[in-house]
Write a protein that binds this ligand. Structure first.
Ligand code: AMP
Ligand code: MG
Length: 487
């Protein structure tokens, strides 16, 4: 089994990581293999499906060319700085170059203890591993930047949480695993040389255009601000709540990373929180833009020592990059929601129309996903679904009249418009009750519900009779109120 490894992170100085192999497991068993992703990566899926391949996915065999390591990073968790976190239950096997010339990290998550494990066991269990698999693949299908899942294997070992659970390892694929917290790690150590090395590394890998700027580090910061603004706007567009937007869980490449207690909203409310550990709603749906900006300010702070030798100048650059976030976010947000409402070009009244629709949804306790979906039918003249979702809202007719006037500014054939809107408004999301049901069955050894869910989520824009059950919001008895980190 061969992989096209080229491990640039392992060539950074020793203090960036701890070099060690994954810890072997008792009895590897393949649960899911993402064959399409393997193909894109230029990895032979049949070989991964063999005993040798499964041994690699379980961490029992280190493939030729890999240079396994645990990355060092710090981070602000719920606002509090922790100077050392790091990969406590993950091993970066290395980076592979795809046939298309792209570079991706291959990481095993749940691969045993590392010097960063603290009190943890370095392991993961099947529920959260498959949860990340489902949700990250759904995000990919929504065209939202995300880490991906190449495989999930069981370990044949028990992991002890509230009870004994089947151990598992996820193979995660990412553009990189550098986080805001990676920069904070070196700031906390006053290691400006490492900050420079890291910034140069990130520019080279993710933001090569910044090298052409007279101020590459400022350009880097501005680019990360831009990508995060767009990412969070896209999350809001599908009702996604990350759940733990700690700075160690924010990718510098602007991908969604670290799927823990994340969730998709059913009925719309901006204060929606699912995470069992987010008692104050810090990471509630509607707080995510504000938190992204707060996190970016931590990145800006970490870059201060290298932005300029004059600290006043550095501070000014950092501040202006962070101050630009609200506008960048607003622009990205309106891009996302304009498409959802069936508009093409920006227009001054758009923001107000979006806000009014969301307020109507909150008032009617309407399902977020299905409400937007019914708008697609409404442009084709069928308002039945829309009225069923939003009929309880007093201002609905007024809003509809304004929306139709706005649509008329950009004449388009109804079916063309509806088609575009359906692409921006998924019919199927990984609804919490569906995810839980699939995970419960998988843990009991029945993979059929998981497979069915993954299958519809591959083409979430389509609706046909086979997907209608997946579009249904939970019955009262099915409602999932809390999601867990599952570490
Ligand atoms: P997370 O909440 O998943 O972002 O993880 C926060 C920190 O806790 C990271 O440093 C993880 O590596 C570490 N961690 C989480 N779960 C475990 C575990 N089971 N064993 C060791 N470290 C862990
Ligand atoms: Mg994390």
């Amino acid at each position: 089994m061969t992989f096209a490894f080229d491990n640039s992170y392992a060539r950074l100085p020793d203090r960036f990581y701890a070099r060690l192999p994954p810890e072997p497991v008792e009895e590897p068993g393949l649960v899911k293999l993402n064959r399409l992703l393997a193909e894109q990566l230029g990895i032979d899926a049949d070989a991964l499906d063999s005993a040798e391949g499964i041994a690699v996915l379980a961490g029992n065999r280190v493939p030729k060319g890999a240079d396994p390591l645990a990355m060092a990073y710090a981070g602000h968790q719920f606002g509090n700085f922790v100077p050392q976190l790091g990969d406590g239950r993950a091993i970066l096997l290395g980076e592979i170059l795809t046939p298309a010339g792209e570079r991706f990290d291959l990481q095993l998550k749940g691969s045993g203890r590392t010097p960063f494990s603290r009190a943890g066991d370095g392991r993961a269990w099947l529920g959260p591993v498959l949860r990340e698999y489902i949700i990250s693949e759904a995000m990919h299908a929504f065209a939202i930047p995300t880490t991906r899942a190449l495989a999930a294997v069981t370990t044949g070992e028990q992991v002890y949480r509230d009870a004994a659970m089947p151990g598992a390892v996820l193979t995660r694929v990412a553009r990189s695993h550098v986080r805001i917290g990676t920069f904070e790690y070196f700031l906390a150590r006053k290691d400006s040389d490492a900050l420079k090395r890291l910034a140069d590394y990130v520019i080279d890998r993710h933001y090569p255009e910044a090298t052409r700027d007279e101020r590459p580090y400022r350009a880097l910061l501005e680019s990360v601000v831009q990508r995060q603004a767009r990412l969070v706007a896209q999350w809001l567009g599908v009702g996604f709540i990350h759940g733990v937007m700690n700075t160690d869980n924010m990718s510098i490449a602007g991908e969604t990373i670290d799927y823990g207690p994340c969730a998709f909203m059913d009925h719309y409310h901006p204060s929606t929180v699912y995470s069992s550990i987010d008692h104050r709603g810090r990471y509630a749906y509607g707080n995510q833009p504000r938190i992204a900006q707060w996190n970016l300010a931590r990145l800006a702070q970490a870059l201060l020592p290298i932005l300029d030798v004059e600290q006043d100048r550095a501070l000014e650059m950092a501040q202006s990059a962070i101050d630009a976030f609200p506008q960048r976010f607003e622009t990205a947000y309106l891009d996302v929601f304009r498409a959802k409402l069936g508009f093409r070009e920006p227009h001054p009244e758009d923001a107000e129309l979006v806000t009014a629709l969301l307020e109507a949804m909150a008032e009617a306790n309407a399902d977020f996903t299905n409400s937007f979906r019914t708008l697609c039918d409404a442009v084709e003249g069928d308002e039945t679904g829309l009225r069923a979702e939003l009929g309880a809202c007093a201002g609905l007719d007024d809003w509809l009249a304004r929306w139709h006037l706005r649509l008329a500014r950009e004449p388009m054939a109804a079916d063309d418009r509806a088609g575009r809107m359906r692409r921006a408004n998924p019919a199927v999301i990984p609804r919490n009750h569906r995810v839980e049901a699939a995970l419960d069955a998988a843990v009991e050894g029945d993979l059929a519900p998981l497979d069915a869910l993954l299958e519809v989520l591959r083409t979430p824009w389509q609706d046909d009779p086979t997907t209608s059950a997946f579009q249904r919001p939970p019955e009262p008895r099915e409602v999932v109120r809390q999601t867990f980190c599952g570490t």
